[in-house]
Ligand binder design. Structure first.
Ligand code: GLY
Length: 369
């Protein structure tokens, strides 16, 4: 078997592995076979990912005598809503997926979230395996059990916590991503260093360019360290009563910017996270929480990676600072009417607070525009 690394997610009664390696799709049957009560899986994917990777998945399963049926949904965020969700659930029922069977999610965050939610409600819960094909999904959305779809009222407002039974992160599939999609996922990788591991951020400063250029060892380490950090936070706070909110570093700004750009490809999610992280450090420095050098260091690394760092890097017009602050008020992290932010006392030292002066945020937004 191709060598792989394991990050355990040791949730009591629902422990699972994240397996990370170069070429795991070709041997996927050997990873999944021990979980199956019969040699058959149902795969949910999207049309783009299916064209690229479904044949390899089928072959990888067939080597171990596992059959698969598959449904490819339209690619894109619009799929993550009731119509395609009910289509997927009804298809799984038509395929006679039983309580003891396994659903496989092959795709990025949209498919992982939708398929995980389908598995959560199908026959009151069946097991599912995440095979994330984007960097963002490998380091974030496939791990930790947040599943769901969007509502007209907002993103991810309908869903369930349902942990996967296995995550298979084949870093070879990242080679089929566009540079922009890869770097968008890298925004989430940087986030982990910034929120809780200064050494990892330093490692990224040194190794990020080679990682993006295709160095497989560095890619494997970047994915592994990100997954370790996510697993550790999920173990502490699975249902986001406290520390899990740290994973939202940069996200309050990001969600406002995504809403302001109509969730279009003017701004990809990870790009918004990267800009949001820079803003979070900027506001933290303005509040005297961290040194002035920290936001400069964050922006310098993002620039070295050829990433967006400021509002002015987003094409087209944006609402003014007051309107963006208003959009932040729609964020899910509003509790009892109070907006919570993730701020930082330094690189790798993020914390959750409501104690942020709105004028400071407005000033940071204006300077980034
Ligand atoms: N993506 C944030 C979380 O899983 O909590």
């Amino acid at each position: 078997m191709t060598p792989f690394q394991i990050v355990p997610v040791a949730l009591p009664g629902r422990a699972y592995d994240i397996r990370i390696g170069d070429g795991l799709l070709a041997e996927v049957g050997a990873h999944i076979a021990p979980m199956l009560s019969r040699p058959r899986v149902a795969v949910l994917s999207d049309e783009n990912v299916a064209a690229l990777h479904l044949a390899a998945l089928r072959d990888g399963l067939a080597k171990d005598g596992i059959d698969m049926v598959s449904l490819a949904l339209p690619a894109g965020e619009a799929t993550k809503a009731w119509p395609q969700f009910s289509r997927a659930v009804e298809w799984l029922l038509e395929q006679k997926v039983e309580r003891g069977d396994v659903v496989v999610a092959l795709g990025g965050g949209v498919i992982g979230d939708l398929a995980g939610f389908a598995a959560a409600v199908l026959r009151r819960g069946v097991r599912f395996v995440q095979i994330p094909t984007s960097l963002l999904a490998q380091v974030d959305s496939s791990v930790g059990g947040k599943t769901g779809i969007n509502a007209p009222q907002g993103k991810n407002l309908i869903g369930a916590f349902h942990q996967p039974s296995l995550v298979i992160a084949d870093i070879a599939v990242l080679g089929s991503l566009t540079e922009r999609d890869f770097l968008s996922g890298y925004g989430e990788v940087v986030k982990y260093g910034l929120l809780g591991d200064a050494n990892f951020f330093e490692w990224l400063e040194e190794n990020g360019p080679a990682l993006a250029a295709g160095d497989m060892e560095k890619r494997a380490y970047g994915v592994k360290r990100s997954c370790e950090m996510k697993a550790e936070i999920v173990l502490r706070d699975e249902t986001e009563q406290g520390d899990r909110a740290l994973l939202n570093l940069g996200h309050t700004f990001c969600h406002a910017l995504e809403a302001a750009t109509g969730y279009s490809d003017r701004l990809l999610h990870g790009e918004g996270v990267a800009i949001g992280c820079a803003l979070a450090f900027d506001v933290s420095a303005r509040m005297g929480l961290c040194s002035q050098e920290d936001p400069s260091r964050v922006r310098a690394h993002l620039r070295a990676m050829n990433m967006k760092t400021d509002l002015r890097d987003i094409s087209g017009d944006l609402p003014d600072a007051e309107a963006l602050l208003d959009l932040m008020g729609q964020d899910k992290k509003v509790v009892a009417g109070t907006l919570r932010f993730i701020m930082a006392r330094g690189i790798g030292q993020a914390f959750v607070t409501s104690d942020v002066n709105h004028n400071t945020i407005l000033a940071a937004l204006r300077d980034a525009a």
